[in-house]
Ligand binder design. Sequence first.
Ligand SMILES: [Zn+2]
Ligand SMILES: [Zn+2]
Ligand SMILES: [Zn+2]
Length: 401
Amino acid sequence: MSVAMATLIPEERMPENVEQWWARRQRSKSTAIPYPVGQFRSDWERYPVLVRQYHPEFNHGITLTQVPPAADVYLLWQCDVGHLFVATPEEQRSRPGGSRRRSTWCPDCATTAVNRPAPACSYAGAPAKRRPDAPRAPQRASAPAMAPALAPVPAPVPAPYACGHPRDPDRVEKDPADDRCYLCRRLDSSPLTRQQLETMVVARSRVELSNETSTSSSYSWECPRGHGVFAAKIERVLAGKRCPTCAHARVAADGVAVGESFVSPWAPKPASAAEADLRQRLRDALLIPLDHNAVRVARPFFTHVEVWPDFVMPEFRVAIEYDTTGRDGLEHVGRREDIDRRKDRLLRAAGWEVIRIRCGKLQPLGLHDLQASGVTNSLVTRIVDELAQIRGELIVRSYLA
Ligand SMILES: [Zn+2]
Ligand SMILES: [Zn+2]
Ligand SMILES: [Zn+2]
């Protein structure tokens, strides 16, 4: 404290209330903010209990990191039970138990303890009642202990974090000197801002996300490329998770124009013996390679912008599917039939035609579908005829083996 200030202070000086103290520091330092936020962070971070008990909105909006540890000022604190009480920084920091104890002194809690034979307080100078010049507690909270508090009052709604987001009273922060919510602090180490995060979430969740304080909740996020929405926890998005369709497309499909075929690492390996048999017979009949396994489509099919027909013939822009109901009789029926139709629509929209070989009881879906009982040479002849129907006799004949 400067010499000039010392002359203004009476010999038996009393701590000031926080508004008086702040105004005096503003005058003496000739600045609106005599102590910037964070200046005394390192002094306070050793006292997590005190950090938890302190709320700027009870103290003229001043954060604890703006209060010098030696300031002679009455601050308003809130104990873990919810009682409000007044104490100077020095009184608070000299409490027995220091930073580690969870239960700390507060007049209401201490008065309750007076009824017991053991002394309530073991340190000197603990004020057991309200000071006359101390700031009044907000009306809705319990008055600081003029009378024994026999029953604990219900805890008031906890004050929001310094960032303005609603406080989670159950959360114990690792860095108590930083009184922001976990999400705000987590964003420090993320390339994303809260604003960017809010533009990524679906519109209906924007308000909810703006009040979010943790990263563990799951939200629906919208792909900026129009692939639709995907669900993910905030933490996953901060860690870099984006639209799964975009992620899949990056591997190959992004480099392929809509309507072009290619070899995709995502396509499943052909599994059935009948399919392998048909592949060999088609190779014997037509001089075309059958090495492509994917066609780039315009809109997502599940989480891909590609589809994987059983046989891909880029020369004809024709895809051939070999459909059986499978061992359990469930393939390509019911809801799966709708999926097949969707896949065909995507192919046709990309300039392709589809021939489905429909085995067993499966009925044709499209104009060019062929019903069959299995893989035979006559089936191959019917496929070649169908190809000629689609792309013209001359063109198909030029590829005949
Ligand atoms: Zn208390
Ligand atoms: Zn926050
Ligand atoms: Zn996407």
